[in-house]
Design a protein around this ligand. Structure first.
Ligand SMILES: Nc1ncnc2c1ncn2[C@@H]1O[C@H](COP(=O)(O)OP(=O)(O)OP(=O)(O)O)[C@@H](O)[C@H]1O
Ligand SMILES: [Mg+2]
Length: 441
């Protein structure tokens, strides 16, 4: 039978992709959600009996978007919608089920389910744990190709892991990974969507009037900056050190022997632990010169090292450091409620820490003050380009939905926490206050 659908070029690429994981992501209005629902519809018609699941984080979101579009698009002569089960059943035996999954715990409702294709709309609203768990529900004794097909704008609590998985260090349209586990990113641009451009030509003007960061995320689909990003002042441009544009990331150099050195530590086992080494120059500027980030290849997943193993590694890394290094750590490592504390286990290996000041908002402000550039485009802190965990995770941190002044602690915040602990030992006032007092950082 004929179906009356015309896809944009990018929607067609999304439909045609055979990669195991596909992300169609970027600008708002690029036709991502329409592409998702149209692709599900075409699959349901082409492959009789195929089972598809389509998810948003909450049901109201699903109802307003995908379900409504499906009711407009699908032909009721060949498919029937069961409202209480949120299920489309096609005459040829195919099904499309709508679902939501608001928390990590909620994924278990899909425990015994089997699907051929799972589709997530607004992927960055989900955690990586949810995504991987759902991926394990792709199974079935049939020949249908199993796929995870997602659509998303930049931003949201999952921005970091989605960017890491599909975008960072990768070229769009190119497939990465082993055979049968290929991953691909298809960027969405609002100008790809001729339908929107012709029906609502002022749409782009409205996006152009947004504040700069929102504009970058929603109009250009820029994954470097996004709505809700906390540290918008972050600049990773080692060339900018010389050219005067300014940067926080610098090419590693040998730390002069006279600079004082410190080590900060955020403990984790199934979540990553993070150790950072810092040096303070004669002007009080700080440099993160080494990092030990206990994270597997999956973002926000710990390597499960014991405190003793971490301590032994720290000792090894410090053997060539000239001076005594003062350690500062997450105060929870002194907790003895479950027997020997993490701090005690590390002390046995000869690695010592002092408890850090863990005042969250004060620590966050210290990071802002340190990142701020002065008139000569020099910040108060530099990060060696080798400290990859911090460089990857800091720009991805976003604000907490409830405590809207603070960083969302559900995101991958371990390098940020370790940096906070250190910076609270060397507090600075904001540049503006300092000038009033008559001295510079
Ligand atoms: N192939 C198409 N045919 C007809 N209309 C389309 C097509 N693609 C997109 N549209 C329309 O363009 C508008 C924007 O598309 P859509 O909602 O899919 O964008 P989006 O990228 O998901 O946006 P957002 O980022 O806001 O979620 C919608 O009104 C949609 O119906
Ligand atoms: Mg959408």
């Amino acid at each position: 039978m004929d179906i009356n659908l015309t896809l944009t070029k990018k929607q067609k690429l999304f439909h045609d992709s055979n990669a195991f994981e596909v992300l169609f992501g970027g600008a708002a209005g690029g036709g991502k959600s329409y592409g998702q629902i149209a692709d599900a519809y075409i699959h349901a018609l082409l492959y009789p009996g195929i089972k598809q699941l389509m998810l948003r984080r909450t049901f109201p979101e699903l109802d307003r978007s995908l379900i409504r579009s499906s009711l407009e698009m699908f032909d009721c002569r060949i498919a029937n919608y069961n409202q209480s089960k949120h299920l489309w059943r096609f005459a040829n035996g195919s099904t499309i089920e709508f679902g939501c999954c608001d928390s990590n715990a909620e994924v278990t409702k899909y425990q015994s389910a089997e699907y051929d294709i799972i589709r997530l709309d607004e992927l960055t609203h989900f955690t990586q744990y949810q995504y991987l768990y759902l991926m394990s529900r792709l199974r079935g004794a049939n020949n249908f190709k199993k796929q995870m097909k997602s659509t998303s704008n930049p931003g949201g609590r999952g921005h970091g892991w989605v960017k890491e998985r599909f975008i960072s260090m990768k070229e769009p349209y190119k497939e990465y990974g082993e055979e049968d586990r290929k991953r691909v990113f298809i960027p969405a641009n609002v100008k790809d969507n001729d339908f929107l451009m012709s029906c609502d030509p002022d749409y782009i003007k409205r996006l152009e009037n947004l504040p700069e960061n929102d504009k970058k995320a929603l109009l250009y689909g820029d994954w470097e900056i996004f709505k809700g990003q906390v540290f918008t002042e972050w600049k990773n441009d080692p060339e900018g050190y010389l050219s005067g544009v300014g940067t926080h990331v610098v090419t590693p150099f040998e730390i002069p022997r006279g600079w004082r050195r410190f080590r900060s530590f955020d403990f984790g086992y199934s979540k990553p632990f993070c150790v950072q080494w810092w040096a303070v120059d004669y002007d009080g500027k700080v440099y993160m010169y080494r990092e030990l980030y206990g994270c597997t290849e999956e973002a926000d997943t710990g390597v499960k090292w014991t405190p003793s193993e971490i301590a032994v590694k720290i000792k090894g890394l410090e053997k060539d450091d000239p001076d005594k290094i003062l350690g500062i750590a997450d105060p929870s490592i002194y907790d003895r409620s479950r027997g020997e504390s993490v701090a005690e286990m590390m002390e046995r290996e000869g690695v010592f820490f002092e408890p850090a000041d863990n005042t969250r908002l004060a620590g966050k402000m210290q990071l802002h003050y340190r990142l701020a550039f002065d008139e000569e485009r020099r910040p108060g802190m530099y990060i060696f380009a080798s400290c990859k965990g911090f460089i990857r995770t800091l720009p991805s941190l976003c604000y907490d939905d409830l405590k809207c002044e603070d960083v969302d602690t559900k995101a991958e915040d371990h390098p940020y926490d370790a940096a906070r602990y250190f910076l609270m030992t060397h507090p600075v006032a904001s540049k503006k206050c300092e000038r009033q007092k008559g001295y510079m950082i």
